[in-house]
Ligand binder design. Structure first.
Ligand SMILES: *Cc1c(COP(=O)(O)O)cnc(C)c1O
Length: 421
């Protein structure tokens, strides 16, 4: 629940200049509480809150701040430019770029003091080149106005004072998912070069789990065996990265062995289970969903028995009924298929059927005969209304996808309204 009264919401919308009544509501208190919960569960491991993809659709900067309030020590992003956005907002904690940035992005990594993930010789060479280029201007206090410009950000980034200090590096080892990462055999050579180069600091070694969300699958244990084998191989070379990490949300909350020095939860931070089957798991059930998708009825009318609705006329009314129009559609991330798979919304505290094809900007809802639903009534597409709730996993299960795709798919056209309790 947002804790905002409808009148306050309307006022907030007016202040924000939103004319269309459809929005994503993000409860930042839930984000903070989730991180507090995760920290307690994994202590003494540190928490790296993953805020890639604009914070899984929630808005990276507000989520990052809320996660830091909950005690996250690190933030994780997919792209250097996502890290840059956090730095522009004045966020100074370590930010790990989870995959090796392309050569073109290494300058931004160095300039913004992001923590680089490395797993190829080419990537290492590009990072070294960027570090060498940055060094002279570091000593003179900046790169001027060229290039990527931290302009407008005040003293925040410079104040973190990495000028002249080594670039922090985490090496990623592929232990069986085969997405990114160096092979266990290649890691030792990379680690030697990183550890011995004065411009770099080998801070971490990590891997990523392919089936952590299926807790009974022995493959997770096999991946961790391989990971620890690499740790031993590095130790034989007297190389000891101080931060070992492997766990995504499912690893952190379902596989204690995978916690090491740090965990990297994403979905759990947002209060969603990493798999539908894990929603009732002991450390996952207490998570608080942060996101709601809401709108207001823009038009309501009675439609006669036998009439059909929306493109394709695929929903036929068997009786006279009140049909509400809601100004949110597939351009906002409401999947067009939601109608075909029995999607519902909450209006008047009740579940009601999405009636007819989802269109680009609007949906129709069958509110039933004699319904008193009227223009301006709140409609909840995701989230709670009264005792009823529709979760991203409900959509995901109808649509044959995962909740991640649902929240990441909510388009930037929907304003984000941040609330806290
Ligand atoms: C996205 C990602 C995570 C977070 O995964 P969740 O399942 O959302 O917890 C962690 N680590 C890496 C490398 C990732 O790409």
């Amino acid at each position: 629940m947002s804790g905002l009264e409808p009148a306050q919401l309307v006022a907030a919308q007016r202040v924000a200049g939103w004319l269309r009544p459809a929005w994503v509501e993000v409860d930042l208190s839930a984000i903070t509480a989730n991180v507090v919960h995760i920290r307690a569960a994994v202590a003494p491991s540190a928490v790296c809150a993953i805020v890639k993809a604009d914070g899984y659709g929630h808005g990276a900067v507000p989520v990052a701040r809320a996660a830091l309030d909950g005690g996250a020590a690190y933030l994780g992003v997919a792209l250097a430019e996502e890290g840059h956005e956090l730095r522009q907002a004045g966020i100074e904690v370590p930010v790990l770029v989870l995959s090796e940035p392309p050569a073109e992005a290494m300058g931004l990594v160095v300039e913004d003091n992001l923590t680089a993930t490395i797993y190829t010789d080419d990537g290492l060479a590009a990072l070294l080149e960027a570090a060498a280029l940055a060094r002279p201007s570091r000593e003179t206090g900046g790169r001027g106005t060229g290039g990527r410009g931290t302009g407008g950000r005040g003293t925040g980034g410079r104040g973190t004072g990495t000028w002249g200090r080594p670039v922090p590096v985490h090496l990623k080892v592929d232990t069986g998912m085969h997405r990114v990462g160096a092979s266990p055999a290649a890691i030792v050579g990379l680690a030697r070069r990183v550890a011995s180069h004065p411009a770099l600091a080998l801070e971490g070694l990590f891997t990523h789990l392919a089936v952590a969300d299926e807790p009974d699958d022995p493959f997770t244990g096999a991946q961790l065996d391989r990971f620890e084998g690499v740790v031993r191989a590095l130790a034989a070379e007297d190389i000891y990265p101080s931060m070992l990490h492997a766990a995504n949300s499912a690893g952190a909350l379902c596989h204690p062995r995978s916690r090491y020095q740090m965990v990297r939860p994403g979905m759990a931070v947002y209060g969603q289970a990493p798999a539908a089957a894990l929603q009732a798991a002991p450390l996952i059930a207490p998570l608080q969903p942060a996101l709601s998708l809401k709108a207001r009825v823009s038009y309501a009318k009675e439609v006669g028995a036998g009439e059909s609705l929306s493109y394709g006329l695929q929903y036929r009314l068997s009786q006279r009924s009140v049909v509400a129009t809601v100004p949110v559609g597939y351009a906002d991330g409401v999947p067009r298929r939601l109608f075909m798979v029995g999607g519902e919304v909450l209006v008047g505290g009740r579940r009601r059927t999405v009636a007819g094809a989802v269109t680009m900007d609007q949906i129709l809802v069958d509110c039933g005969p004699g319904s008193e639903v009227t223009r301006g009534d709140e409609v909840v597409l995701l989230g709670r209304q009264g005792d009823a709730e529709i979760s991203p996993w409900e959509w995901a299960e109808r649509l044959g996808t995962i909740a991640y795709e649902v929240t990441c798919g909510l388009s930037p056209r929907l304003p984000r309204l941040y609330t806290s309790r």
